[in-house]
Design a protein around this ligand. Structure first.
Ligand code: GLA
Length: 389
């Protein structure tokens, strides 16, 4: 892979100079969904799928971008003096957004860069291809401009800042954090209110993580996501009149039940209930995993799905079909929607000897029900973003 990309780089931009290579992974979240902007906990892990980047500094102020995935677009040219969002700039708004965010932090770039990007995260799957591109860009800039003081955590925050303020998606910190801070064979138990985190080995005994891609992405994603955030904020403001909290994640289930009547709208009450209960489920799930209780972990994943489907309403017909089918297969320990929702992927924990049946049965029945195929990835947990030697 790396060698082919290096050849491609030379073909596109010419040989020579100091060409450096990097990788930033996508992520899958095991549990703790829509809690990261509510001061709750999340439990994602980095994948071995992700985005590769090659970069070489230039002498002038030009920025040049080439994506192997969008080769038909050719080389897209911009400049250090044009770091503004531009619809016509397509995917390059992500790396440009990160450069802009560096400048907001007070860093200035003395010269431009040639970038070559290749990603193997399936398009639109909700496995954080954009977050991986942001973290990748941050790492490339940190390295080629020698900005030593920036930590991987800083790169995650810069990525999120650029996504929120340059690309207009009001996401939380989970995706960028997982891409920057991932660790092989571990999930990250992250408290999004403090950014304190802990690596928890994902020991599934005789089971694997299987991601199923519904291959649908409903168009309301961005706006519905921002709506959910607003509904949670409304619920929080009303709760704060009766109980002293900074975020929904501060509440236990009992406290929520005691104070929930302060939330006037029924919809906002259900959104807040999900945020509170999901956070507590995540804490419990990590405890169960540490105690080698994979079955309990799976039950909590299933409960997470029900809550996302009924109270948070971010699932959709196709995803519910995948999860319902999975729940019926012997050897499936848990299955739920993962990521932002409205399509994308499910994550399941499946016993080794049931993986083939899982893929065959769901593959067939899903196609029968919706008319197109699903895609399956039996995944490994990889490291966070890094330079490739
Ligand atoms: C998207 C966002 C994350 C998080 C999830 C839902 O992936 O980018 O910050 O909110 O949705 O858990």
């Amino acid at each position: 892979m790396e060698k082919q990309l290096l050849e491609k780089f030379s073909e596109v931009y010419g040989e020579g100079g100091d060409i450096r290579e990097y990788f930033a992974p996508g992520r899958v979240n095991l549990i703790g969904e829509h809690t990261d902007y509510n001061g709750g906990h999340v439990f994602p892990c980095a994948l071995t799928l992700g985005t590769y980047g090659l970069a070489r500094k230039r002498q002038d102020r030009k920025l040049r971008f080439y994506s192997v995935n969008f080769s038909r677009l050719g080389v897209l040219e911009s400049s250090l003096d044009a770091l503004v969002p531009d619809e016509k700039a397509g995917w390059t708004n992500y790396p440009k957004g990160v450069m802009w965010a560096f400048e907001k932090r007070g860093y200035t770039f003395d010269s431009g860069v040639d970038f070559l990007i290749y990603g193997n995260i399936p398009n639109g799957s909700g496995l954080s291809s954009s977050a991986s591109l942001e973290v990748l860009t941050g790492l490339m800039l940190k390295d080629i401009y020698g900005i030593e003081e920036l930590t991987m955590q800083d790169l995650a925050l810069i990525g999120q800042y650029s996504e929120n303020n340059f690309n207009g998606m009001n996401c939380g910190i989970m995706d960028q954090f997982a891409s920057a801070m991932g660790k092989k064979d571990c999930a990250i138990f992250l408290d999004t209110s403090t950014l304190e985190y802990e690596y928890a080995p994902v020991k599934l005994k005789d089971a694997r993580i299987v991601i199923t891609n519904s291959k649908v992405k409903h168009s309301l994603v961005g706006s519905a996501y921002n709506d959910r955030r607003n509904e949670c904020e409304t619920a929080l403001k009303e709760l704060q009149k009766v109980v002293d909290i900074k975020a929904l994640g501060d509440l236990s289930e009992e406290e929520f039940e005691a104070h929930k009547d302060a939330i006037s709208s029924e919809i906002c009450r259900r959104r807040a209930k999900h945020a509170v209960y999901e956070n507590q489920r995540t804490i419990r799930a990590v405890k169960a995993l540490k105690e080698d209780n994979v079955e309990e972990f799976g039950r909590l994943m299933n409960a997470s799905h029900v809550s996302l489907r009924d109270d948070y309403e971010v699932s959709c017909g196709e995803i519910d079909i995948l999860v319902d089918l999975a729940w019926k297969i012997p050897g499936v320990i848990g299955s739920r929607i993962t990521g932002g929702g409205f399509g994308g992927c499910t994550v399941s924990i499946v016993k080794n000897d049931a993986v083939d049946t899982f893929i065959e049965t769901i593959g067939e029945k899903y196609k029968e029900a919706v008319g197109h195929e699903a895609e399956f990835y039996v995944v490994d947990i990889g490291d966070g973003a890094h330079k490739i030697a």
